[in-house]
Write a protein that binds this ligand. Sequence first.
Ligand code: SF4
Ligand code: SF4
Ligand code: FES
Length: 531
Amino acid sequence: MPTFKIDDREIPFEPGETIIRAAQKAGIDIPHYCWHAGLSVAANCRMCLVELMPPPGRPALLLDVLAWDKDKQEYLPQKKPKLVPSCQQAAADGMVVKSQTSEHVDTARAAVQELLLLNHPVDCPICDQAGECRLQDYWLEHQASKKRMHDEPVHKPKGVVFGPTIVYDAERCIMCTRCVRVSAELAKDPVLSMRERGNLNEITVAPGRQLDHDYTLMTEYVCPVGALTSSDFRFKARVWFLRSARSTCVGCATGCSSFSDFDPRNQKVYRYRPRENEAVNKFWMCDEGMLDYQRIHQHRVLAPLIQGESVSDSAALERAAELVKAASPQKTAILLSAEHSNEDNLALLDLGKALGALQIFYTGRAPGKGDDILMSEDKNPNVAGVLALSGGRAKPLADLASAIKDGKVGALVALGSAIGNPNDAGVLKEVRNFVALSTHEGPIASAAAVVLPASSWAEADGTFVNRQGLWQESDRAINPQGKSRPAFRWVQELAKLLSLSLPWKKASELRALSQGPSLSAPPPAAPVGGE
Ligand code: SF4
Ligand code: SF4
Ligand code: FES
């Protein structure tokens, strides 16, 4: 592999890679605003300037400049190396780059910082980006000096509503055009552009349009400063109080890698962010997925229920055991859920096996909008996992509805909350011995005689198999809400009451079994350098 040097460190690179990307993959941050690994190169902020040393025997590229001479107290003509934007310059074998060891680079970065902050309102105390803003970080690292301009800064529009999800503050904008490129290149909807020039320019939405494509929150996500804020997140939390868990989005079968940002003090999830994964979502998530965290705290079943009345854990478990015992194995059915992890589904499958139940079905959320960017029409994260775990034996919900109508189902143990076809909701109510393990209110919980409150995907570690057949982990972010427990824990309790033994005791054993031979190997670790 070819290599080049940054500040005496040898960096390998793929042919065609830019200096900044190769450095980022090697864990070296060259300061930047406009560059993003997933977007085209704009090279307009000039924060990533580096000094290129000339190859042996070749003269350096020099610029004529005027420099202040302290002794003579006047500007004198001098030569200085021409700096290059490392976001645009392709790496070359044997190249020698100075990033942190060049006084010219230091001066240039400080000057860029000062220019960007000349008209900035410095309203950090009320800015949602505070704590994760590059202007703040780079001021400290590369400028760290007081403002020299004391004139009234140029004022621009604030609080401009770009669309249903995004609010724009032109005074904080550094015109890096990342948001413009996300709209044009990721969402394929060039609805944003820049207008005016110099210190009057601002980002604007195309006349007659709103910023309303399916990836609007990615414009806010890539904005390196607080110019774009999400209507959903703004003024809700300070980022330094939040912690992050490595999660997998359960909004659809794509299974984008994400971070769940939560506040450990109130055990609440506040937002999702994309986690870089070259094999699945690269750097991105869709709006539907980004806002899907809201379901963690909405319409939850938080206590055990018998006929809709809240009861104790033990009362619900005992009643559930009675209902399941009352039916013969031939008439006992298991309903798996593509909303739930492999662990929850395998636990229920194991219970079914121990009961001798031969009828296995699966369901999940109804299909929705898909596209050729990320979004899948299948709005469940784990259809592939459910089918693989059941060895392809799980039949769709329509078959369960027919079996119920034919009187073949005496007891039903169901996992999940939603059903793919709302028309099947009525027939579920015909099963009297119906035990549900549900996270949310919905057709399953309302039809069941006993409901055991299951923890959501954010409250338990779990694995999911996406539409490509990739096995992906999702880590627990918050504690189980209310009296909920991971569904596999309820199954374990139920099995104990029924005097049945399951082939696992600990969550780690269940995890190992739920990776079964029919599931593919985990994808390689995501490359470093997401932002
Ligand atoms: S709004 Fe943000 S992303 Fe868009 S140009 Fe301004 S600073 Fe860049
Ligand atoms: S494409 Fe699917 S998995 Fe990815 S963010 Fe959107 S809803 Fe989530
Ligand atoms: S990152 Fe903006 S010019 Fe290179």
